[in-house]
Write a protein that binds this ligand. Structure first.
Ligand code: PGA
Length: 316
């Protein structure tokens, strides 16, 4: 009677080839030894040449057996890849993506997420915008898939991928006396009344570091916990500030004066971050790939460019 090779037989054969023993193969596969022996006999009959030989107590593959072992590994590798791609397609059809973004990332995160959802309409997305403390807490508790941050945390070991430029520009009201000056020094800027974000803000830290390098300190006149409030205060003539150009995404050119100051813009980046050692989901990986793809378009706001980020929009 003619036998057909089954995957079970190949699986048993692969285990014997790898472990060099019928006994260990039967243990690994939770089979009895007679079952293993019988399946190998059937496989050998089908192939028509000896595959395994016993030399003393040793189980060895014949040259034909070694070739079959290689073919078996190739078949299983192809199957594994196939199963993985099916799982990926399924995941991208109906998966979940949980994102947390730090305050200032709220200016671009929804747009990116919106574009991503157009590509993968079945994915259920959530976005939380919060402060640094909360971001660190969620990261420590492993609550989200990815985090969008301006400063990868020191406190937690993370994988951080830069996804976008984040230039910090000095802003004043358009009628400010410094608006038309060139190469304004940091010393001069430090004399102005400043409107600053709250302590702990990544934007604020970057500005303070910049002045500290020159031995300068700026004394905030106003401390406001939101970029929106800062923009209002600038326009009210209460002082100057420096913000991520992304915070100006929906503003017309000329609404704010971007001061021509030495050392500015401070060149920072936005990062997509996840805890090191974590296997990120298929959906999170697809979102990360999407972020990297659109990196060239980072300054483009919906409906046009962002004049404050200084890069033209790439034409569609
Ligand atoms: P923010 O921005 O903390 O100033 O909102 C994040 C960062 O730039 O690190």
């Amino acid at each position: 009677m003619r036998h057909h090779t089954t995957f079970r037989q190949l699986e048993i054969f692969e285990a014997i080839a790898r472990l060099g023993s019928f006994t260990r193969a039967s243990e690994e596969l939770y089979l009895t030894q007679p079952t293993v022996s019988m399946q190998i006999k059937k496989l050998t009959d089908t192939v028509g040449v000896p595959l395994i030989e016993q030399v003393g107590k040793k189980t060895r593959l014949t040259p034909d057996g070694r070739e079959l072992a290689q073919a078996t590994r190739d078949i299983f590798a192809i199957l594994d890849r196939y199963m993985m791609s099916v799982a990926e397609r399924q995941g991208l059809k109906q998966g979940k993506l949980r994102l947390t973004a730090i305050t200032t990332a709220s200016y671009f995160a929804p747009r990116l997420l919106g574009d991503f959802v157009k590509l993968y309409p079945g994915i259920d997305v959530s976005l939380r915008v919060t402060n640094k403390e909360q971001v660190l807490a969620s990261m420590a508790d492993n609550l989200d898939d990815l985090y969008l941050l301006g400063t990868p945390p020191d406190e937690i070991d993370v994988v951080a991928t830069p996804i976008m430029d984040n230039p910090i520009v000095v802003l004043a009201a358009p009628d400010h006396p410094l608006a038309k000056k060139k190469n304004i020094t940091l010393e001069r800027l430090a004399q102005e009344p400043w409107i600053m974000r709250e302590a702990g803000s990544g934007t604020r830290n970057a500005i303070e570091r910049m002045f500290a390098v020159k031995g300068l300190a700026i004394r905030p006149r106003l401390e406001l916990g939101s970029n929106e409030a800062i923009k209002q205060a600038i326009l009210a003539g209460l002082g100057i500030s420096a913000l991520s150009c992304h915070a100006l995404t929906l503003h017309q050119p000329g609404q704010f004066a971007v001061l021509n100051a030495k050392g500015f813009p401070i060149q920072r980046h936005w990062y997509a971050v996840y805890p090191a050692g974590r296997q990120i989901s298929v959906v999170a990986r697809a979102f990360l790939d999407f972020l990297l793809q659109q990196r060239g378009d980072s300054s483009c706001a919906p409906g046009g460019g962002n004049p404050y980020c200084g890069k033209p929009c790439r034409k569609a």
